[in-house]
Design a protein around this ligand. Sequence first.
Ligand SMILES: [Zn+2]
Length: 412
Amino acid sequence: MRLVNGRIWVKRKLIEGDIVIDEDQGIITYLGKDSHHITYEAPYDLKGKIVVPSLIDIHCHLRDFQESHKETFESGANAAAAGGYTHLFDMPNKFPPVNSKIMVEKISDKIKKISSCIITPYILLNSKTERPLIYEYPYIKAYMGYTTGNCLTTQEELKEFLLKSSTFLSIHCEDNETIANNKKRFKDSLENHCEIRGSETELRSLEKVKWLLNDLNLQKHPHIAHVTLEKSIKLISKLNLTFEVTPHHLLLNTDDYKKLGIWGKMNPPLRPKEDQLKLLKLFLEGFIPVIATDHAPHTMVEKEVQQLSGVPGLETSLSTILNTLQPLTPEKINLIVEAFSLNPRKLMNINSTSKLQQGEVADLTIIDPNLKTNVKGELLHTKCKWSPWEGQELQGWPVMTIHNGIITHSII
Ligand SMILES: [Zn+2]
């Protein structure tokens, strides 16, 4: 495969040139100014589109099993390819939950047929999870507040894990006691969702993690999922922990929630505009290391009738950020590549390369920074077929995704 006239992200700069990929070996065999002398193969003319290392999502919910009507590994993988992703880390709050070797094997069995991206499951941290699996498996998720799947992790379970293990642990920080107290103050309704799970639920939960780490005098550095507040980031930085932020918390706020209603309901919920703008400012200043989608599909009927929390995001995440950062400067492209691709790779210890160079695995995403398209739920690959960005015109889209030298998605 030959890609010509691209702007290729090499050593934090965009260089104009061509890429030749050996599709059998899945590697880049040439990257340089002109590939004519390498092969006469008919090329894809990229016409100045931007080529970056492929995207990695460290937090999504691919459902399947008893929730195959919402999403399957296959439909999720298709959505991922359309969004520019080649590797997904899938959360364990499934039905049934991922808490045993048998469940991990069942997932392996389902995903071995999928070639468009790599899927790595997390397993759940709580007392029901098989031992010693919990101490051997490399990717663990703890829930400090009830959310979809009702998979709560107690303080004791978290403590025991932190004492015994050093593997990657992602924590959902929303304090259950605070949520329960808020439910006494506010009627548990769609309108009050952002108050019931208000900012203090995240901050209290983080304080509890802090006490635990200090109390145990542990030099452990768990990862904090979907952080929504500047205050949280300050606390996390003091503790030297890692964290991620979602595009919806970066770009939407409680004013949008009033308009979106159920289509903007997720956990943690959207925050007031001033908090959202602070978060976006931190991203633009380079203080947010990882953007994760928290892609959490439910059917439209489930949203309307059961008012479930969670929004899809795999296909729109990159585009919503590209659109917000227009006009794209080289510095902004660097921010995007770091948050969507380089830092997730580092954090999750992924072997696949983040370098675009000769001899490396061809895992890459091609971006058209000028393409303007309206988001249409019915055209998305996710089974849920809706989006909180429905009808919005976004400028800047992933237009081709290549995994192991094979095109997994293309609208070029
Ligand atoms: Zn999640």
